[in-house]
Design a protein around this ligand. Sequence first.
Ligand code: NAP
Length: 270
Amino acid sequence: MKYGLLGGKLAHSLSPAIHKLFFAYTGIKGDYQLLETPAEALPAMLSRMQGAYQGCNVTIPHKVAVMPLLDKISAEAEAIGAVNTIYFHQGRLEGHNTDYFGFAKMLDFNNIAAVGKTAAVLGSGGAARAVVKYFTDIKVGRLYLVTRNPQQVDEHFYKIAPDLQVIDYQQLEAVRGEVLVNCTPVGMYPHTDSCPVKTEVIAGFNSAVDLIYNPSQTLFLQEAARQGKKAVNGLFMLVAQAVAAQEIWQQQEYESQLIKRIMTELEQSL
Ligand code: NAP
């Protein structure tokens, strides 16, 4: 079976390595290819793939542009406003967003329970949309979106979470809660000496989650660990969103231990 990743520049993608490990562990005979595609070639590429491919992932810059080209969009992808997985199913193109499921599986695996509690999300980009949608769906008690410009936050966030409290980094200093999630690129390689928040902010939360996986321990996570907090990086989510895509393509569920095994092997190659 053929699978692939549709995107702009893909040279540094870890997806082929993750899916290769998935195929090795499950015994599925699959092939996962990088399909660099310019925006204007997207419709023709999707038509060519139909029949030949079982499914594909979608990344920057096509996650939104691909949506009008699909026959069906899942509820979470519709709400988030982005598709990262396509299933070629019975002649139809179905769009999904597995970042949402990857984030859910990561919290679950690490025993971070946010139902009825306070969560704060840093950054207002695409990743934050999936995280805000998940926290809204599980019914956190209070949900903060932290942005440098509260006045300019995308209206779409209020559609996802009507009770969302949009605040700036100074206002965050007074917030106490269960989980603080970094959905900004601050601290990512090569800018590893940056942290998105002051150390006092981390002190107000029980758990710190960073969607960044390179480096594995950002300054944000190092500080959280130093303070004795639960500190989780984004590698589990990255692998989990890939396995969630495979669950859609294979129409089968896989245990979190499989994600963990793939993650451990991947960590050694990073
Ligand atoms: P993005 O759209 O480029 O940025 C997200 C938000 O971060 C921006 O909208 C901005 O929000 C804030 N931001 C950007 N630069 C900043 C700076 N210098 N200082 C403070 N805030 C800044 O990124 P994304 O696609 O949402 O991804 C965010 C991060 O998550 C990336 O590191 C990405 O690699 C990671 N990610 C990981 C996974 C995974 O599976 N582990 C999945 C998706 C994304 P404001 O303007 O509102 O402040």
